[in-house]
Design a protein around this ligand. Structure first.
Ligand SMILES: NC(=O)c1ccc[n+]([C@@H]2O[C@H](COP(=O)([O-])OP(=O)(O)OC[C@H]3O[C@@H](n4cnc5c(N)ncnc54)[C@H](OP(=O)(O)O)[C@@H]3O)[C@@H](O)[C@H]2O)c1
Length: 500
């Protein structure tokens, strides 16, 4: 049974085993790709016993169900090859909430292997081979964060950690299940879809020196079928094949060893390159981490500042809110006052209307009165006179234009009459003025006499006042004398009483 048998090293291994007569169970997640691989293997190997099982190695429950079903349907399993693997560069979760790399590489491998152990143990020489990676050399086992929840996620490092976990699991299984032979291995860097898509930079640098998929499968095939392999202790990690070394003659062995040494040197160089690549990536990540940390610190500061600001703004808001509430209260008060004022205004308007009507009536009344007023009547008369005079003026003008007219003579006569009357009036006025002056003089004389009389009265009053004062002081003397005399009389009366 080989997981991930539809592609790369897995498919090459399946083909090789089929060519050698093995019955193969391909455990794949994609039916189409699995069927295509089966077809190819059947075609190239002429082996019909190639079976396809659809299973997603990142789904624990499905793996258990598959293992159950497989054990019910099959009474024998010689070799389990845990080949399916992935390197997902973003932290993704499966439908079960597990980190995808861990779920596929470590947990899936563990569940399938342990679930199939009863069936494997039925076979005396059952083997479990786990396709790990030389990349695991850059990671120590870390069981504190299996889901890569903390720190910045790095797909390459997650993959390396999973591959380290596979090696450790293999060692542990070997210790716990002596009936089964366990191995883990590194296939050497081979040109497969996984390397092309998951490590594009590495692929670009190494593409001319990468092994073929078939070469990548050589160690796993050897671990699966070689009789010599089972003589190695269980639980070991393999890099390259050891089988050929044992089967060849001494000179061939020397030659093979030399070739193998060359291969190993190349492989070591490749590993070194990978190591350098991984180290470079690590330091790049470290630098990025520092930058991110720095950014984090500034963001933290900004958050604190923003928090302070929002607190201040909150205070400001509450102040503003209370101001708004007081404004709303005064506003409603004002509204109430305005309403009252409006009502008053409407009342005033209706009052004002009454007054206006009254004023109009008064005006009318005054007009009527004015028309009855003597002055106004005189005015009207004068106006009439004026009109008459104007008419006369017109006549006179007409007369003037006609020198033989009588009207001028008549008017001149009237004027002389009027002049005579005027001089008479003037004389009467002069007489009246003389009389007025005499009357004024008499008035002045009388006023002087009154003043003299007033002064006399005042002098008399003063004298009378002095006399009154004198009388009053005399009265006081007399009163005192009387009191003294009354006292003496009383004294004498007492003396007389005593004498008697
Ligand atoms: N190539 C190398 O240089 C190299 C080096 C070191 C280690 N390895 C290891 O070799 C193994 C094979 O890789 P490869 O290089 O041959 O790459 P590959 O051609 O991409 O093969 C990977 C296989 O795993 C299958 N797979 C991945 N996730 C799966 C899942 N959740 N459920 C079921 N199958 C799943 C793939 O199926 P899909 O076709 O459906 O994707 C594919 O069949 C891997 O474990 C890898 O880590 C390879």
């Amino acid at each position: 049974m080989i997981t991930g048998g539809n592609s790369g090293i897995g498919k090459a291994t399946a083909l090789e085993i089929a060519k050698r007569g093995g019955t193969v169970h391909l455990v794949c997640r994609n039916k189409e790709r699995a069927e295509a691989a089966k077809e190819e293997i059947v075609k190239e190997s002429n082996k019909e016993e190639i079976f396809v099982h659809i299973l997603d190695m990142s789904r624990p429950k499905m793996i258990l169900e598959f293992a159950d079903k497989f054990q019910q349907e099959n009474n024998k399993l010689d070799v389990l090859i845990n080949n399916a693997g992935c390197m997902i560069n973003q932290r993704e979760l499966t439908a079960d909430g597990l980190e995808s790399n861990f779920a596929t590489n470590t947990l899936g491998t563990y569940i399938l292997t342990t679930a199939l152990m009863p069936l494997l143990k039925k076979n005396e020489a059952a083997r479990v081979i786990t396709v790990s990676s030389g990349g695991m050399l850059v990671q120590k086992l870390n069981i504190s964060d299996l889901q890569f929840k903390t720190g910045q996620f790095d797909g390459t490092m997650a993959y390396a950690q999973n591959k380290r976990q596979q090696v450790i699991m293999t060692e542990q299984w070997a210790k716990m299940h002596k009936e089964i032979h366990f191995s883990s291995m590194h296939p050497g860097w081979a040109d497969t879809p996984a390397v092309r898509t998951s490590m594009p930079d590495f692929y670009e640098k190494m593409k001319n020196r990468l092994r073929t998929e078939g070469q990548g499968a050589d160690t796993v095939v050897w671990l699966a079928i070689s009789n010599v392999q089972s003589q190695h202790p269980s639980g070991l990690f393999f890099q390259g094949m050891a089988e050929q070394k044992v089967q060849l003659s001494l000179s061939e062995i020397v030659k093979e060893v030399a070739e193998q040494q060359d291969r190993q040197t190349v492989e070591a160089q490749d590993n070194n390159n990978l190591l350098r690549y991984l180290q470079a990536q690590l330091s790049k990540q470290e630098k990025e981490k520092q930058v991110v940390l720095k950014e984090l610190r500034t963001i933290e500061k900004q958050i604190y500042q923003a928090e302070d600001e929002s607190e201040n703004e909150g205070q400001l808001c509450t102040d503003l809110e209370s101001q708004i509430w007081s404004l709303i209260a005064s506003n409603s008060k004002l509204k109430f006052i305005i309403q009252e004022e409006e009502e008053k205004y409407v009342k005033l308007l209706s009052g004002y209307d009454k007054y206006r009507k009254k004023i109009l009536a008064h005006k009318e009344f005054i007009g009527q009165l004015e028309s009855k007023n003597p002055i106004m009547m005189q005015l009207e008369e004068k106006m009439l006179m004026m009109q008459k005079l104007k008419a006369k003026k017109k006549e006179l003008v007409a007369d003037l234009q006609n020198p033989e007219g009588n009207i001028i003579k008549q008017v001149q006569g009237e004027i002389t009459d009027l002049k005579a009357k005027l001089s008479e009036i003037k004389e009467a006025i002069n007489e009246k003025s003389v009389l007025l002056i005499k009357e004024q003089e008499r008035h002045a004389q009388l006023r002087k006499e009154i003043e003299v009389q007033n002064k006399r009265c005042e002098a008399i009053l003063k004298r009378l006042y002095c006399q009154l004062n004198k009388v009053q002081s005399n009265k006081r003397h007399w009163t005192w004398d009387m009191q003294q005399m009354e006292k003496t009389a009383a004294h004498l009366r007492r003396c007389l009483g005593n004498a008697v």
